[in-house]
Design a protein around this ligand. Structure first.
Ligand code: HEM
Length: 501
């Protein structure tokens, strides 16, 4: 009896999988892809996070720059690294919704800018865009400098050692920076890496990444019974508790300041200096037609900045430091540029204008993000049938933008594994489609923080380079791991020597 029941269930599952498969294949049949197994689809192709990018890239070589994958019972994934299709997709004002995997972020970020949909996204994108105006970003330059100085000090203990993994140092520094710029608070991440808030950010990022790659924890009903669900509940209390209390106290401060400074211009302190505004201040001060943002909406956006704005930047800075160590000629050129700006002064803070002048360093950062894009793939959901190239992409298909594969296309970037910042001279960039290089995505849902990130990365890299020479650790090999953000499973090791400028 039980056997008969099991067989019937099995037959029902196989039949419904096949029905769904043929429904999609009617439209997607023209795209190639690895042969799926009933029920599993192509899931068995994927294992560890350290294999994922290699497998996706191998698939690209075998099946082309638009190929499809079936993951269990989910609607199909079309993996795209074709410039023409990306132009169509990212330029579209209709295909703006993120894929279902982004729901793993909801408990922490709610529907902040990264995860929100339709009208809410449109409204909040409009509100938040001025927060990234260059005049606002300019005020953060001394924040970058302050925390960069602490980073340089912390690294001092590693000088002369055989090897140091720079990633943990850089990530704590960028956490300090994002807290100071988004909320105006000091979490002292570099001085107290055991702080509850810092621990919770790290733990939450791990939990989200684990869910994304777990066959079981992907399902809410199974996830609720896992240990990670309990842990997530605990860390969320700390994360939301912290942001809520910062929002509350900042609101009270603003009321107090307004009362005390009735006779002062609103953006100046009592000795006439311009006051630095954090992203939180801008959100709190937003009103339109007498309506302001609710505390819950503000918290979602601040939490989103905390998530999107720290690990992305720190991974890129750490990969750049590693790349400098591997490519001494590139390092020499970058240091020459810095010497032309600062002479032999190691300490003078960079001004906003000087950061703009670091053209070669910018080319190095771009080349770093080509080979090591912090977000190696991201995805959109098709919420109604769309037409592309004379065919239909059916509703519910996930369109995955495979930036890592796109950036390794030998047609666009000959000898793609070679680290060569010269690929980003003005002339070379002008000769390429803007959709051939997408570390920050493109179109209406591109990265709102890219200018902020570029300034922060330049500031930190310039600081480290002015103080230390970076040497290769010959026996160290990075092993790329596609977690929510691209990392190296073996760390990012370099050797540090004091620099004589
Ligand atoms: C090297 C650093 C960074 C990289 C490579 C990066 C990359 C990206 C990418 C690829 C997306 C699109 C994601 C998607 O479509 O799912 C994105 C979106 C976003 N990024 Fe960044 N990012 C970086 C730094 C930052 C910083 C510093 C902030 C904030 C201070 C930030 C805030 C955001 C937000 C809010 C979105 C969502 C935008 C929207 O959907 O309208 N990012 N980022």
């Amino acid at each position: 009896m039980i056997l008969l029941f099991a067989i019937s269930i099995f037959v029902i599952l196989i039949t419904s999988w096949l029905l769904q498969y043929y429904k999609y294949e009617k439209f997607l049949g023209k795209f190639k892809g690895p042969r799926p197994l009933p029920l599993f689809g192509n899931t068995l192709q994927f294992g560890k996070t350290t294999d994922l990018l290699r497998i996706l890239l191998d698939n690209r070589k075998k099946y082309g720059d638009i190929y499809k994958l079936y993951i269990g019972f989910s609607p199909p994934f079309v993996v795209i690294s074709n410039v023409k299709f990306l132009e169509y997709l990212l330029g579209s004002t209709k295909i703006l919704e993120k894929s279902v995997e982004y729901k793993f972020l909801y408990r922490w970020l709610g529907t902040g800018l990264l995860t929100s949909r339709s009208l809410k996204w449109k409204k909040h994108r409009k509100i938040l865009t001025p927060a990234f105006h260059f005049q606002i970003l300019e005020q953060f330059v001394d924040v970058f400098d302050h925390y960069g100085n602490i980073l340089v000090k912390k690294l001092e203990q590693e000088v002369g050692k055989k090897s140091v993994d720079v990633y943990p140092y850089v990530t704590l520094c960028s956490l300090d920076i994002i807290c100071a710029t988004s909320m105006g608070t000091k979490v002292h991440a570099q001085d107290d890496s055991e702080s509850k808030y810092v621990f919770s950010v790290k733990e939450m990022s791990r939990i989200i990444m684990d869910r994304g790659f777990s066959a079981l924890k992907r399902f809410d009903s199974l996830y609720y019974f896992s240990k990670d669900y309990q842990k997530e509940t605990q860390v969320l209390k700390i994360l939301h508790g912290y942001t809520n209390s910062v929002i509350r106290s900042r609101k009270q401060e603003i009321i107090k300041e307004n009362r005390q400074n009735d006779d002062l211009p609103p953006d100046e302190d009592d000795i006439g200096r311009k006051k630095r505004k954090t992203f939180l201040d801008l959100l709190l001060q937003y009103t339109k037609d007498g309506q302001s943002m609710t505390d819950a909406e503000i918290r979602e956006e601040v939490d989103t900045f905390m998530f999107e704005g720290h690990d992305t930047t720190s991974a890129a800075v750490a990969f750049a430091l590693y790349s400098f160590a591997k490519n001494p000629d590139v390092q020499r050129k970058a240091v020459e540029e810095l010497r032309s700006i600062f002479g032999d002064d190691k300490d003078r803070p960079s001004t906003h204008r000087e950061l703009q002048e670091m053209k070669y360093l910018e080319m190095v950062i771009k080349e770093t993000l080509r080979l090591y894009p912090s977000v190696p793939f991201y995805a959109r959901n098709v919420h109604e049938d769309i037409e592309y190239d004379g065919g239909i992409i059916p509703k519910d298909t996930t369109l995955t933008i495979f930036a890592y594969g796109l950036h390794r296309d030998p047609e666009t970037f000959p000898d793609p594994e070679r680290f060569d910042p010269e690929r980003f001279t003005q002339e070379k960039q002008a000769g390429r489609s803007p959709y051939a290089y997408l570390p920050f995505s493109a179109g209406p849902r591109n990265c709102i923080g890219q200018k902020f990130a570029m300034l922060e990365m330049k500031s930190l890299l310039a600081k480290v380079l002015r103080n230390y020479e970076l040497l290769e650790v010959p026996e160290h090999k990075i092993v790329l791991a596609s977690e929510t953000i691209l990392k190296s499973a073996t760390g990012m090791h370099v050797q540090l020597k004091k620099r004589n400028l």
